[in-house]
Each structure stands twice: as structure tokens, then as C-alpha cells.
Design a protein around this ligand. Sequence first.
Ligand code: F3S
Length: 650
Amino acid sequence: MGKTLTYKILEKHLVDGELKQGNAIGIRIDQTLTQDATGTTAFLLFESMGIGRVKTDMSISYIDHNMAQFGPENHNDHLYLQTVATKSGAYHSRAGNGICHQVHLERFGKPGATLLGSDSHTPTGGGIGMLAMGAGGMDVAVAMGGGPFYITAPKVIGVKLTGRLNDWVASKDVILKLLSILSTKGNVGCVVEYFGPGVETLTVPQRATITNMGAELGVTTSVFPSDDNTKAFLAAQEREADFQPLTADADAEYDRVIEIDLSQVEPMAACPSSPDNTCTIADLAGGEVGQVLVGSCTNSSYADLMMAAKVLKGRQIDPMIEFGVAPGSRQVLNMLAENGALSDLITAGARILETGCGPCIGQGFSPANDVVSVRTFNRNFAGRTGTKGDQSYLVSPETAVACALTGKFTDPRSLDIEYPDVDMPEHFDIDDSMIVPPLSEEEAKIAEVLRGPTIVVPESPKQLPDTLNGQVVLKCGDKITTDHIMPAGVFLKYRSNVPEYSKYVFNCFNEEGEKTFAQKSLELKAKDVGSVIVGGQSYGQGSSREHAALCPMYLGVRAVLAKSIERIHKANLINFAIVPIVFADEADYDKVAESDELVIENLRDAVKDKDTVEIVDKTSGTKFNGKLELSQRDRDILLAGGLLSYTKNA
Ligand code: F3S
């Protein structure tokens, strides 16, 4: 039987375990990336491992998430990251150089390599033929130290692309179409691999849009072959030497095959408040829109922004629309400035944002109450814009621009404008002057790491108790995201100070005048009672935000009991010695109420080698079983008191 591309790359990187579907395997990581929201913790943990220098082929620290400065916190973080990264042998992409995934694709991505990033959209690198995965900062810190990354050898979903996209239909519509088929649930442990004749009709940035938003499927990653288009992109970035052709065998067998005829794809939208709540733009046509944003790591490539500029050239956006454009990288921003496209956007009424994540993570451009916001981003979870009760729709740049012109949901095909096909440039403007290279070992010996007072070393997890005496501090429903658990936006500036940031855990559920989640948990912690969170389906979906485990750990959360727990978040919980437990019978979810006292006898023993635990609800007088879906390594990490102690003792 022929091999999939996924398994070919895994085979080359296998360092532990047998490469058989469903097995836990350890793979060598060639490259890592961190961004500032997760990077400070990753580097603090890396420092505490005492390894000194990174052992990957290449590690890069990016600043892109939190650049608005209303106090010293963010600049302290930037200085810490620049000095610690370069001293540790990593590159550092400075604030203003661009969004990690776009810059990485442009300047570092390499077909056939493995990339581990402390950001859930790291799979963007799949557009250039990398096996690129998101993980928590602690996993990335271990990979920086040369340790393997552990995954379950995946199922591979093959997506066969045929045909060619019509004018005004974008690769964003392809991934929205796939989300309508696969949804955000039930795809854990899978890799999506693209093949078929339609692949060659897509450029690397178009492919990267698809693999970027593939993260919303909940899969391990997504990957495209590396072909002539990949070679052309690398050549345009003066990196042709990094090219190698890669493809699945012609007789590769996939666990499931989905066929998408690109010529049949229509402009789509993800409606509030989930990326898989999709419909066609035609279904929404005529509805009022109040805000339009083009940018993010999903859709701010040169071609995306040039298309927008060409459509808007000589035209004005609707006067009731607030229109923002955030270029994904300094390279792209410079090119738009030099060829006049930036001026076309400004003249049309666009507000130009700094190259960075910006509004995607609730940093500015929060929409007014009851205003529909149309965004080219990848997530529209409730409240992510920074406005409670927001109505955020995810669309392609083509659709976004059409909406900006008319002030209404508009199928871009209905515009009386010729489609401005934008070719990928044969040569991008290369300027890496805002990427600070690593210091030499000699230089590093005397280099100082700048640590402002807002950078606080996180507390280590406690050992697992033999018996857990716990209390349910919060019972929540399905699809709780890491944004719900640990809000970003204005709170993100506290990310390097866990005691401070922890005050805002589950801020969206904190009622005014009542004790917050943090206050309740800390009171229990003082009495040596473990806090327990009860969740529904897909608990912890969304971003890789490790603080969604780190801060609850600090508050004394010892277990999460849910109907299902998403992959990256589950790994983060384990890394911080919080036990992830899944209801053996989902109906038992109804038996537990907030404030119930729970007892799990012999928890430590169960974590050693059992698949179930008995949970006694002392308040309601009921008992039920929870499943421990743990690999041997997960068990070892939990018993060691988290990944850091596990790594130190290994
Ligand atoms: Fe940044 Fe949003 Fe992407 S926060 S990394 S632009 S998903």
C-alpha cells in the first residue's frame, strides 16, 4: 500500500514508538515558533529546564499578539523575549515584523520539515508542505531543548481537490466548505491531507489559508504537497534551496476521502459564533453590515491585500462601514506601500493597522453593540471581538471587500466589477532587518536577559493527591473555548504574571457582585480542597492558550471532568498536572451541579494504570465513572507533577 505524505514525513522524524495508526509516537521537531502571548511562559520554562541553547535546526520567537501599550507590561515582554531568545540561540522577529504564521511561511517554512508552534494556527505551515502542529508553550519549550513531541499516529483524511476556483471565490471559501462537511468536532487525532489535480491551481499563500483554518476542524494538522508552486514561492522569497518535491504515493490509502470540486465552491460565511456555522453568502445577501476587517494569519497575504486594493481603487467604502486592514507582514506592507496599493486602500476609506494580530484577538476594533462585523479571520467565538453579544462573521477577502463597498452582505460575484486576478510576485521584497539573529555561544555567555518586574516565574504544579477531595467550582456547557477560560484582549498584557492574569479565569462567567472563579478557587486551595471544572463537549477548543491550564493550575484546579476535551488543551492540562477526565456515560453530566463536593479515591493509583475512576458526588449522593484517556507518557507526566518535573527527571 502506498504512503500518504503525512506518514512519509512522520517516518523521517520518528524517534520513539512504532509508526502505526493509534500508537503514541515521538517525533523530532526541526523548527519551533513561539509568539508573545505564549512565548514568555515558553521561554521561562525553557530557562528553568537549564538546557541553555536551543537544539532545533531553527527556533523563532515572534511578537505579534499584543502590541498595544497602555503600561509597561508589553514592552517588558518584548525586551525579555528578544534578549532571552537570542541568548538561547533562537531568532527573534520584532514587534512590527508581522504575524508569526505569515512571516514563518515567507522566511522560514521548509517542505518536509516538522514545525511545533505555541499557537494553534501553526498548521499554516502545511501550505508549504511542512508537518506543522500547534501545542502548548511547555511542549514547545521541551522541543526547543531537543526533546521529541508526542502525538497519536493519526488517521489521514484525504481531501481530493479537482477543478479550479471561479473568479471572486477564494481558498477561504474552500476551508469554510470543508468546515461545513467535517464541523469543528469529531476530528481529533486526524490529519487532513490535500491531493488531486486541483492542488496545482492554488498558490502557497492560498494553500496556507486552507491549512491555517484547518485548525478549526480540531485536527492535528493539515498538509499540502510540495510542488512547482512551492518552488516558485520559495524562489520568490530567495529560498529556492529549501525546496524539495513531496507528494503522497499515487496509491496512498486514506482513512476517508472527501472530494471538493473547486469550480463548484461558492462564497461562504461562518456565522456567529462558530467557524463551522456556515452558509453561503447568497443566503445572507442584503443583511446589514457595520464593520469589515481584512487581515489575520488567515488572510493577509500579498495577493489578498492586492485584490482588496485593486477592487477599491477609485471607489469609496460605504459611509456607515468601519473598515480596517491589517497586513500580515512588514514585507507585504512595504510592497503595498511601494506599488501604491496602500494609498488606494487609504483613499477608499480603510484604516490601516499595524502588522500583527490586532482585532483578531480583541486588540482594538471591537464592534459597536448590535453591529455586524465581517472579518477575514479564522475564529468568531462569542465575545472574541471584545464586545459582549457580538455578531462576527468569517468570510474571504473578496466577500469582505464587497460588504465594505455596499454596507450589506454581498456576494462578490454580484459586483459590477472585473475580478482583479493578482499573480503571486516573482520576487518579494526581502528585508529581514527586523529579525534578530541568535547570538553566538561566546556572545551569549555575557549577554544579559532583560526581565522587567511584570515578568514573574510561574509556580510549579503540586503533586497529584492520593485521593482527590474536590468541589465543582464551575459547570459549563458545550464548546467552551480557551478564550472563555482565559480571555485575551485587554487582559493579555498580564500573560507574564500568572497570579495577576489568573484573576480573570472564566471572566465571562463571573457575575458582578458575586465571587469570581478565581476567588472561589483560591478559597478552596487554602483549605486544601481541589477545584474541579465540569464541561460539556469539546471543552478547551480554540487557541493553544496554555494559560487556560496554567492559570487554573495556579488557582488550585486539580481535574477537568467533561464530555470531551480538545487535543491541545488536554495536553496542556496534563503538562500542568490537571487530570483530564471524560464522563464514561455522557448522561452523568446531568448528575453533577455547581458547588457539589466530589471525591475520587485512589486517584494517583488510577492515573498509574487504570482507564476509569469512580467519582462520588457527596452532595447528591450519586456515583458514576469517569474515563482516563491517557497514554503511558501522559500518566508519567501527571505522576511526575507536570511536564517540567517530568523533563527534569528524565
Ligand atoms: Fe494572531 Fe489571530 Fe492568527 S490572534 S496568530 S491572527 S488567529
